[in-house]
Structures are given as structure tokens and as C-alpha cells.
Design a protein around this ligand. Structure first.
Ligand SMILES: Nc1ccn([C@@H]2O[C@H](COP(=O)(O)OP(=O)(O)OP(=O)(O)O)[C@@H](O)[C@H]2O)c(=O)n1
Ligand SMILES: O=C(CO)[C@H](O)[C@H](O)COP(=O)(O)O
Length: 389
């Protein structure tokens, strides 16, 4: 079963959103090496990331800012951080969080053991939050453990499915062009209404693209752009690539991104994100079997049946001696409670091994169906129960 990251303390509840906050106040390891700048003579801290996470998620319509909304009992932002942390050549990750949610963020970092994270205070708009993150990375910060990177990635905290491949593409393109960003084809046509609410004009859909995240910039380019830009830009702007163009004459390279890069914005996006996470979890499982030596073949048969149910590849397959802990049902329940603290869901499953071949197959098929649905659904109500196939 999928094991969540270790850690025990529960994070504090996120603070509610201040209403009116929005706009109110002012592939190859060789290429990875070169992105990370590890070749001789390069700055060792070449790539850093800034994650704006200071919004209140007005469009989501729930009191908890969306970045802290739980998906399968884990805050959304933790998935995004995990996705960036997996990329070893990103040396620092600067997260911009509001003062009132600083403690929540710290407890998430502690609980899920996130590494390489620095926190800065968010601003009242997304651009201001990003600017605060960039300031923390700029060289002239006293007492800072951060150092100025050559390239900075900017990525929204609410886009959890960012893959290393697209990060590599934008960073590589940013090194060459000064700026780069992920794009997607438009789903709907963009129209411009006139003051009377009637159609003024429409854009030719095939000639336009949706700008997504991640984006990457030569640090000096984007920092200069933020330093130069107007209060109006900081207040109402939504496009970092535009700032680089307007203030540094840097034309960003546009890179095709994957469909999963979309931004969690509305409540239905949380359900979509949950489904994607479940799908991914069910493709990365470790099955630990407790089978007696003379029944080893049954374990292998189960693996075969399970593969057809789940479409998974097995990361690990072990035969372990019966554990003392599992000997009675109460202990399974106690053990399940204990490991749930670490986001591990433990269920007991008893599969009978009839001598009759056909009955054995049926029993294994039932077992595989139960295992597959437990993995896909992560039903926390059933943990510690002994299910029978
Ligand atoms: N003052 C702000 C506003 C937004 N963000 C961050 O910018 C990202 C993208 O913004 P958006 O989806 O607009 O988030 P919200 O502003 O929270 O959502 P809404 O517009 O629905 O209020 C999010 O990670 C959000 O937390 C930020 O760091 N600081
Ligand atoms: O759209 C974008 C591309 O540049 C940004 O990712 C950003 O999410 C826009 O944020 P907001 O919803 O606050 O305008």
C-alpha cells in the first residue's frame, strides 16, 4: 500500500480567508547537470523556485484557502512541494504565505518533512507575493541562507501535478531566451464583450494559447522587471512573462505543457485533483505478502491477478514471516491507528486457499478486487478491519 511521508504532528487549522484581500491593499542526466549548473565554474545554487501561496481562494468558495484544502487528508500545497522536491537540481524553494497562515505552513513542512523550503510573507496580490519571494533570493539580503540563483522557476502552489520534464524544459529555454513558460491549447474561444454586454470581437482560437505554470526566468531578468514595474502591474497584472517582455524586452519561449498543469481554482477542481492523485497512488504500490513458505505460489498467483485488476507495476514484492503484531485482530486495529498518524492506511485481508484450483482462482480474484478498491479509494473508515475474500 502507498505509504505517505513520515511525520506525526497534525498541522494547525488554516486561518480563514480575509474577505476582500484580493486586489485590496497595495531528459537526460547530462542536461539535468547543466541545468543545475554543476559543471565546473558554475554557481552551485543555479536553480531556485518561488511558489506564491498567499491567496485566499475566493473562487473556491470555502473558508480555507485552497492551497491548504485537504486532498486525501493531505493539504494540496504539500503535493506541489513534493513534486518540486523530487527534482534534485532545484536547490531552494521559497514559499510566500500570509502571516496568518505562517504557522499552518510550518506545521505542514514539519509533518510532511518537506526540505529546502524557506518561507516569506505573501503580498496582497499574486505579483506582490512573487516579488517578495524574489527579494528573498536576491543577493543583497542580510542574514539570508539563500543565495541568488541563475534561474528561478515560478510556480503556483495550487498546481500540484508539475513534472520534472516540463520544469527541465522551461529552465533550459529560460537559459537560452531569458524567460519561458508552459502553455496549453485553449479549450474555449476567448471573446471580448463591449460595454453594452454585446460581442465586440473574438479571438481566433487556434492562434492563441492559455498561459499556465511553471515559468522560468534568468533571475536578473525577472528581478529587474519586478523592480521596474508599476503599482498598477503589481496590483492587476496576471502574467509574469509579460513583465519580462515589458520591462526587460525579453521575449519568453513558450513550451507545450501537459493537461495536468491546470490550476486548482473551483471546488470541482479539488475532486479532479483527488481522482488524479488516486490514479497515481494506485500505480505506485508496494505489496507486502504474509504467506507461508509452502504457499509461496499463491502469492505469485495473487500478484498476477492483481496486476490485471490494477494495471500497476509492483515496486516491491516480499514474503515476510508472520508478524507478532498481526496475530490478533485487536492488534491490527491498534497498529492501524498508530500508522495512520504517518498517513499509512493499514487493512487486514484474509484470503482462503482452497485446494480446488478453480475455487482458489475465484478467491484470489475476490482478494484482488478488494485490494484494488482499497488502494484506489483509500477508505479510512475501513482501516484496522479484517476483510475476508
Ligand atoms: N495575494 C496573493 C494571491 C494569490 N497568490 C497565489 O497565486 C497562485 C495563483 O493564484 P489564484 O489561483 O488566483 O489564487 P487565489 O488568489 O487564492 O484564488 P482566487 O483568485 O479564486 O481568490 C495561488 O497559489 C495563490 O495562493 C499569492 O501568493 N498571493
Ligand atoms: O494565469 C497565469 C499564467 O500566467 C498564472 O498562472 C496565474 O495563476 C494567474 O493568477 P490569477 O488567477 O491570480 O490571475
Amino acid at each position: 500500500m502507498e505509504a505517505g511521508p513520515p511525520g506525526s504532528a497534525r498541522p494547525a487549522e488554516p486561518g480563514p480567508c480575509l474577505s476582500g484581500q484580493r486586489g485590496a491593499d497595495h531528459t537526460a542526466s547530462a542536461s539535468l547537470q547543466s541545468v543545475a549548473g554543476t559543471e565546473p565554474g558554475r554557481h552551485p545554487q543555479a536553480v531556485a523556485a518561488v511558489l506564491p501561496a498567499g491567496g485566499c481562494g475566493e473562487r473556491m468558495g470555502v473558508p480555507t484557502p485552497k492551497q491548504f484544502c485537504p486532498i486525501l487528508e493531505r493539504p494540496l500545497i504539500s503535493y506541489t512541494l513534493q513534486a518540486l522536491e523530487r527534482v534534485c537540481w532545484i536547490k531552494d524553494i521559497v514559499v510566500a504565505v500570509t502571516g496568518e497562515n505562517m504557522e499552518v505552513m510550518k506545521s505542514i513542512i514539519q509533518k510532511y518533512q518537506h526540505k529546502r523550503i524557506s518561507l516569506v510573507e505573501a503580498g496582497v496580490t499574486r505579483h506582490r507575493s512573487i516579488f517578495n519571494g524574489l527579494k528573498a533570493l536576491a543577493e543583497d539580503q542580510i542574514n539570508s541562507k539563500l543565495s541568488k540563483p541563475e534561474v528561478v522557476i515560478i510556480h503556483d502552489a495550487v498546481r500540484p501535478f508539475v513534472e520534472e520534464g516540463v520544469l527541465l524544459k522551461v529552465v533550459t529555454a529560460a537559459k537560452e531566451h531569458g524567460a519561458a513558460g508552459a502553455i496549453r491549447p485553449l479549450v474555449s474561444t476567448v471573446v471580448s464583450p463591449s460595454a453594452d454586454g454585446c460581442l465586440d470581437y473574438s479571438l481566433e482560437r487556434a492562434r492563441h494559447r492559455a498561459s499556465e505554470m511553471p515559468q522560468a526566468f534568468l533571475f536578473d531578468v525577472i528581478y529587474e522587471a519586478y523592480q521596474q514595474c508599476s503599482d498598477y502591474d503589481l496590483e492587476f497584472g496576471t502574467e509574469c512573462l509579460q513583465l519580462a517582455l515589458k520591462y526587460c524586452c525579453t521575449k519568453a519561449k513558450l513550451v507545450e505543457g501537459s493537461p495536468d498543469l491546470w490550476k486548482v481554482t473551483y471546488k470541482r477542481d479539488l475532486y479532479a485533483a483527488e481522482s488524479i492523485i488516486k490514479e497515481r497512488i494506485s500505480q505506485e504500490i508496494c505489496v507486502v505478502m504474509d504467506t507461508e513458505e509452502d504457499n509461496k505460489h499463491v502469492g505469485h498467483l495473487l500478484e498476477e491477478v492483481l496486476k490485471s485488476e490494477l494495471n500497476v507495476h509492483f515496486l516491491d514484492f516480499k514474503l515476510v514471516p508472520p508478524s507478532q503484531k498481526m496475530e490478533n485482530l485487536m492488534q491490527i486495529r491498534e497498529f492501524a491507528k498508530e500508522v495512520k498518524e504517518r498517513n499509512i492506511l493499514l487493512y487486514g485481508l484474509l484470503i482462503s486457499y482452497p485446494q480446488d484450483d478453480q475455487k482458489l482462482q475465484e478467491s484470489l480474484r475476490q482478494g484482488a478486487i478488494i485490494i484494488a478498491s482499497l488502494i484506489k479509494e483509500r477508505n479510512s473508515g475501513l482501516i484496522g478491519q479484517l476483510l475476508i475474500a
